[in-house]
Design a protein around this ligand. Structure first.
Ligand code: TXA
Ligand code: MG
Length: 330
């Protein structure tokens, strides 16, 4: 009922929705997209699907809206946000472009890759987005609903993953609601995310560096650039996704498990069946897409989680990265 009221009289109702106690669930229809874009324009938070994970979006030029992201996630304010834009041309408004940026953008955009570029002057972004750095992370997502939203909104959208800081990232609208309650005014629901791991972050402010492994593999990026990616210096937090304990379930996590101990639940892979299996066939793409969903499900049992070994090559690098952080002491 409420949805029809909103769609019928968008301006009046989006104002009242911002103080509403439940997020408005929107579908990626033309009306749903327009409503989501109108909410962003008014400074509200809107969760939306990307092919990687659901993002918690705000107008990246609106300091109050961006501050609300940090508040909703209880995110440390030194942890900068990725700015989502509809195309390369718009990315160039915010970041100084280079040959490497061009090679990567031509090959992987739209898609699960974020580029960290030197920030341009007169960028118009809220200083909170970049956490005061002189660089900016930019991404052109491939998800059709995200693309439609970015085009309808017509501005840069700052969006971290739509989960409380340090917790498992959301790959469904239900995960967003479970983690953030009514902190997003609207949630654009278009089902589960296909990649299921966050974007790979590559720094191109100097020699290209892998700041976070993710949906595009290191191997594929190095093949395009023709050079090996630098690894960020040990101990230096240039992407706080590198904090040791991140993506953490509430439960304890034990890795490289071939069987269950005590009251554990087992996350299987390939022939190690487990209580649920990331991919019985041993397909890393399927395992990546299911990883956070499976962790959410096992975490809900309240029991410690054991995880079967997952190969380290290709997408396995990002899967193992998230698993190590889930298991890190906190
Ligand atoms: O797939 C994704 O990237 C998702 C979807 C929603 O796009 N977003 C996401 O955002 O994972 P978030 O905030 O959870 O992770 C962003 C990462 C953080 O680790 C942050 O430190 C890093 O990007 N980052 C942002 N700006 C940066 C910058 N200027 N330099 C280095 N790292 C940066
Ligand atoms: Mg995140």
């Amino acid at each position: 009922m409420r949805r029809f009221a909103v769609l019928g009289n968008q301006n009046a109702t989006s104002q009242s929705l911002m103080s509403s106690s439940k997020p408005l669930i929107l579908r990626p229809s033309q009306d749903g997209i327009s409503c989501a874009a109108a909410l962003l324009s008014k400074g509200a938070l809107v969760a939306f699907p990307t092919e990687t994970v659901y993002g918690l979006g705000a107008d990246a030029r609106n300091g109050q809206a961006v501050a609300a992201i940090y508040e909703a996630k209880a995110r440390p304010s030194f942890n900068p946000l990725i700015v989502h834009v509809p195309d390369v041309e718009t990315a160039k408004v915010y970041g100084h472009w280079s040959e490497n940026a061009d090679l990567l953008a031509q090959t992987f955009w739209p898609g699960p890759l974020s580029l960290v570029l030197p920030l341009k002057d007169d960028h118009g972004l809220s200083g909170l987005v970049t956490a005061g750095l002189d660089s900016v992370a930019l991404r052109v997502p491939a998800h059709p609903a995200a693309r439609k939203l970015l085009m309808a909104f017509g501005g840069p959208v700052a969006a971290p993953s739509a989960n409380p800081s340090g917790r498992i990232s959301p790959t469904t609208a239900a995960h967003v609601t479970a983690g953030l309650g009514s902190k997003a005014t609207g949630i654009l629901d278009d089902g589960p995310c296909s990649v299921g791991l966050e974007s790979t972050i590559v720094g191109v402010t100097g020699a290209p560096a892998l700041l976070r492994s993710g949906g595009v593999t290191r191997e594929d990026i190095e093949a395009v650039l023709g050079v090996a990616l630098d690894d960020p210096m040990q101990g230096q937090i240039s992407a706080p996704g590198q904090l040791a304990s991140h993506y953490a379930p509430k439960a304890q996590v034990r890795l490289e498990a071939t069987n269950k101990r005590d009251d554990e639940v087992l996350l299987g892979y390939g022939p190690i069946e487990g209580d649920i299996n990331l991919s019985p066939e041993g397909d890393l793409k399927e395992a990546a897409a299911r990883l956070f969903e499976c962790l959410h499900e096992l975490d809900a049992t309240g029991r410690p989680i054991a995880v079967a070994p997952v190969p380290k090559n290709g997408l396995g690098a990002a899967i193992n990265d998230r698993l190590r952080r889930a298991a890190a002491p906190r």
